[in-house]
Every structure is written in structure tokens, then in C-alpha cells.
Design a protein around this ligand. Structure first.
Ligand SMILES: O=C(O)c1cccc(C(=O)CC[C@H]2O[C@@H](n3cnc4c(=O)[nH]cnc43)[C@H](O)[C@@H]2O)c1
Length: 230
């Protein structure tokens, strides 16, 4: 699936995620960066990578936001699952009003979501065996049952919560070369009451390696020998 693109930019948040992806997908044409935690860092690092590549005459033709995430167990998304974003949503960018949250789009200040191409989402799901749904980008990780419920009330199809996807997608859209964007997450924890002891980061990082192994090679990632597909 990734092999269909000549130049792919993969944006993770932290070096551990970058390394987990690189363990399976450090291939010619695939650049994997650790862009920083949160939407602003992700947007800035994505924009810098896109402009640099274009300036060098080597533009990217696919951008992938990735890393670990929370999963909405209410929608059947569990620790260790892989999630492919059907919608990349800025879930807390907006205003609190007397009648509830108003998104940046509700306020008339721009878009609050990006839609990855449906065909790419389908291909990524088929390659990884992942689940599809909205991936919510937040600036503050959910820590209570009430906040999780509020997010699900606004986004019933939410599969996962992370912090960088919307920033990556917004930078790609602003760059204006039309490179499609995907967001692919592996679940380390349940979205809800804060319980750091319940996070399963090593398992989520291992799932990230497996998922990208399957994206790089149509064969099962476990069967793949070292190296990239020819
Ligand atoms: O609450 C804490 O004490 C705490 C300690 C370490 C890390 C965090 C994070 O919020 C990490 C955010 C980082 O990981 C991604 N991520 C993973 N799970 C979630 C989630 O449930 N909600 C939002 N982001 C999550 C995220 O993309 C960041 O890169 C908290």
C-alpha cells in the first residue's frame, strides 16, 4: 500500500514512535520524523518537512500522521488495536458557550476536520486489519469519564483520541500541493479516567511496527524478511 507512493512523509510525535515505524518501514522514499507532541508541534514540523522537500524538488505524495493513541472502548476500540482515521477532527479547537462547545467551524473560523481519501482508508484498513473511525485531535488528553462522554456525544463515530493528526493534516492542506493525508494509530490506553498504570505503551509500539510492516508489504508483517519490498 505505501509502495504505491514514491515519497511518503510519516509524522510521529516522539522518537520511540518514530523508531517503531522505522523498524518496519524505513524504506527508500519513506521519511519518518518525530515531530513533537501536540497539534502545534506537529503542524510546524510537518510544514517544515513539506516545504524543505518541495524546495529540493522532491515533494511528498502522501503524508501519514501516526503514533499511539487512546481508544474509545464504547465503540469497540481496545488496547492493541490499530485505527485508520475516516475523519481527522480538531475536537477541542473552538469555544465553550452557554449551550455547549462550538467548534472553530461552528464559529466560522475555518475547518474542524479533514477527510482522508476513502479509497486510501479502505486500503490501509485491508492491509493492517485495523478499525475505521474518527480520530479526535485534542490539546489536552482526556482524563475523566465525563469528558470522554462529552466527546462521544459530539462525535459518536470516534474510534481514537490523540494530539497530532489535525495539525499534520492542516499543514498538508495549507501546503497546497494536494498530497493526501492518512492518520494511523495504535491504541495504548482507553479514553477516560486518567490511569497511567493502565497504559500499554510497549504493546502499542509493537502494534505500530506490525501495522507499518503490513502497509509496506502486502504479505503478513510477521512473514516479512528484513528490508523493503523491491
Ligand atoms: O496523564 C499523564 O500523566 C500522561 C503521562 C504521559 C503521557 C501522557 C500523554 O497524554 C501522552 C500524549 C501523547 O501520546 C498520544 N496519546 C496516547 N494516548 C492518548 C490519549 O488517550 N489521548 C490523547 N493522546 C494520546 C498523543 O498523540 C501524544 O503524542 C499523559
Amino acid at each position: 500500500m505505501l509502495g504505491a507512493f514514491a515519497r511518503v512523509l510519516v509524522v510521529a510525535a516522539v522518537p520511540a514512535e518514530r523508531d517503531a515505524v522505522a523498524a518496519a518501514a524505513e524504506c527508500p522514499g519513506v521519511e519518518i520524523v518525530a515531530g513533537g507532541v501536540g497539534p502545534a508541534a506537529a503542524a510546524a514540523s510537518t510544514a517544515a518537512a513539506l516545504v524543505t522537500a518541495a524546495h529540493e524538488g522532491r515533494p511528498y505524495d502522501l503524508v501519514v500522521a501516526t503514533g499511539i493513541s487512546g481508544g474509545f472502548a464504547e465503540n469497540g476500540v481496545l488496547v492493541g488495536d490499530t485505527v485508520i482515521a475516516e475523519r481527522i477532527v480538531a475536537a477541542d479547537l473552538g469555544a465553550e458557550t452557554p449551550t455547549g462547545f462550538a467548534s472553530v467551524a461552528d464559529l466560522g473560523f475555518g475547518t474542524a476536520e479533514h477527510l482522508p481519501p476513502a479509497g486510501l482508508v479502505r486500503s490501509a484498513q485491508e492491509a493492517t486489519g485495523g478499525k475505521r473511525g474518527a480520530v479526535l485531535s485534542v490539546s489536552t488528553t482526556t482524563g475523566t469519564r465525563q469528558r470522554a462522554a462529552d466527546l462521544l456525544a459530539r462525535h459518536p463515530g470516534a474510534a481514537a483520541e490523540a494530539m497530532e493528526g489535525f495539525g499534520v493534516a492542516q499543514a498538508a492542506a495549507a501546503h497546497g500541493r494536494g498530497a493526501p493525508v492518512l492518520e494511523i494509530r495504535t491504541v495504548s490506553n482507553a479514553v477516560g479516567p486518567r490511569d497511567r498504570a493502565a497504559w500499554r505503551v510497549p504493546e502499542a509500539l509493537a502494534a505500530l511496527t506490525t501495522a507499518f510492516g503490513r502497509l509496506v508489504s502486502p504479505r503478513r508483517a510477521e512473514d516479512r524478511t528484513e528490508g523493503c519490498p523491491s
